[in-house]
Design a protein around this ligand. Structure first.
Ligand code: ADE
Length: 249
């Protein structure tokens, strides 16, 4: 089992987060993929600050017999291999005997599509176990016995659940209080108010004859905020009008 980042004492608390820090246990047959995806940037920062713990469990270590088998052919025939129930249940049962978990999540195209409200809800706290399928998927009995939330990245099939697990963890840890600084607050992210983000500009103020909108260099903060809101509305209406359905303004 491997862990991302160095754990330091928790220095920040927040009324919304009912738990001291959030622990993610990810079960995977390709753990290196997760080290690559979660060992940098904001997830690593969250772990280094002691606000999150990300533990990656190599399913091969729980394999059965001399060859540490983790998968087998599907009953009834068909292409592809299925992750066997025993190695998965052994990891899950070990973890559950050590602490409480809020959800046991299976990443699968069958699941509920990941969106900002889901990330917001999960960021309120509670440890999570994430199961990454590989090859064809996992034995149904693991889902029946333990999984209480199934999450999809969208209507397409990935080679495994690792990319989806990393996306889910990343979308949650950036919301944990103290992970982002005020100036990069997650409250200004796209989707937090059902709006896409406004356009962004940095230096130089003129690039290939294209100038930054004047208002952004005016120093007039209320005017900048108004402009950004208008741009966000315009962009959302044009690109994702569905987000505005059912909202008041
Ligand atoms: N595993 C394979 N495809 C997936 C998807 N679209 N979402 C989540 N997990 C997956």
């Amino acid at each position: 089992m491997d862990k991302i980042g160095n754990s330091k004492p928790i220095t920040q608390t927040h009324w919304l987060n009912l738990y001291s820090n959030m622990r993610f246990d990810i079960i995977s047959a390709v753990p290196d993929l997760l080290h690559g995806l979660l060992g940098y940037s904001i997830p690593k920062r969250a772990c280094d600050k002691g606000l999150a713990e990300i533990h990656i469990h190599n399913l091969h270590e729980y394999g059965i017999g001399k060859y540490k088998q983790i998968d087998d052919y599907p009953f009834g025939g068909g292409a592809g291999m299925v992750l066997m129930p025993e190695p998965l249940c052994n990891v899950i049962e070990k973890l559950k005997s050590e602490r409480e978990y809020k959800h046991i999540i299976y990443l699968t195209p069958d699941g509920k599509t990941l969106d900002q409200p889901m990330a917001n809800r999960l960021s309120l706290g509670g440890n999570l176990i994430l199961i990454c399928g590989h090859y064809k998927g996992i034995d149904q009995r693991v889902r029946d016995l333990y999984v209480d939330l199934e999450v999809s990245l969208g209507d397409f099939v990935l080679s495994g659940g690792e990319i989806a697990a990393a996306a889910l963890v990343d979308s949650i840890v950036r919301l944990l209080p103290g992970v982002l600084g005020d100036e990069e607050s997650a409250l200004s992210d796209s989707f937090q108010d059902n709006l896409l983000a406004p356009p962004l500009y940095t230096r130089p103020s003129v690039f290939r004859d294209l100038s930054v909108p004047e208002v952004l260099t005016s120093g007039d903060h209320p005017k900048v905020a108004k402009w950004r809101h208008e741009q966000a509305m315009e962009r959302t209406l044009k690109l994702r009008p569905d987000l505005l359905e059912g909202t008041e303004d």
